[in-house]
Design a protein around this ligand. Structure first.
Ligand code: C5P
Length: 242
């Protein structure tokens, strides 16, 4: 069964916050989504929940009018990526991530043709530094240079947007221009625990640095009151964009 993709509303500030459902089971995820209610409109499902019933749960959310970002970071031979992307588009997802390799990006763009799915490219994983790239077999290249090169390739291949740290958003924006989306994790409301995120910024800083959407998981899903946490972040985004 194909579901239509729920459209992002430019006038609805809630769509700027993507709530990361980094949660082990559908039951727990459903409970969090229910508690958040109308305060949250956009949810991200990554490996953990996707492989624990999360695809069916994505359909459930889309059926309720929510937007879903499937953070699957696809990378395979072109034929497989294209077919996989076609299936994700039928699910009615709004965003899907792929690794920013040219073959993979070309195949993803072909797979989503004729649908409203948007493809986001992950340039270089933020856990990789220059030494990790050498260990992975790359000739010495800085992570920053590789991010820039891949952002340019994503733009040239008509990818819809880039996932990057807010601290990289300005340099990525200069490469991809005003019409591509920039989606940034590593966001922490003032006073929140950084967890394992190193280059964190507040929601207001993320928006000021040029992010179109912010991804926030633990500060919301682990909060005593997830709905209040969502409302506080949406308020901060609204004040920054006003
Ligand atoms: O809990 P927290 O807000 O740090 O979660 C951020 C989300 O964004 C997680 O789902 C994480 O996998 C994702 N992410 C990230 N850094 C990246 C890409 C994705 O934190 N570079």
């Amino acid at each position: 069964m194909s579901l239509p993709t729920n459209p992002i509303s430019a006038g609805d500030i809630r769509d700027k916050l993507i709530i990361g459902l980094d949660i082990p089971s559908v039951e727990e995820a459903r409970a969090v989504v229910t508690r958040i209610g109308d305060a949250g409109t956009f949810y991200k499902i990554g490996y953990q929940l996707a492989y624990a019933g999360g695809f069916e749960f994505a359909r459930e959310l889309i059926g309720q009018g929510k937007k879903v970002f499937l953070d699957l970071k696809l990378h395979d031979i072109g034929n497989t990526v294209e077919a996989g992307v076609r299936s994700v588009a039928k699910l009615g997802a709004t965003f899907l991530t792929v690794h920013a390799y040219p073959q993979t990006m070309r195949a993803a763009v072909a797979g989503k043709a004729g649908t409203n799915l948007k493809i986001l490219a992950v340039t270089v994983l933020t856990s990789y530094d220059d030494n990790d790239l050498v260990e992975a077999g790359y000739a010495p290249v800085s992570a920053a240079d590789l991010v820039a090169r891949r952002a340019g390739q994503a733009r040239d291949l008509n990818i819809d947007g880039i996932v990057c740290a807010a601290t990289e958003a300005r340099s990525v924006r200069a490469i991809v221009g005003p019409d591509r989306l920039i989606v940034t994790p590593g966001i922490r409301p003032s006073g929140a625990d950084a967890g394992d995120q190193k280059r964190i910024v507040t929601p207001a800083e993320g928006i000021r640095l040029g992010a179109d959407h912010l991804v926030v998981a633990r500060p919301i899903v682990k909060a005593a009151d997830p709905k209040a946490a969502v409302e506080a972040i949406v308020r901060e985004i609204a004040e920054t964009t006003a």
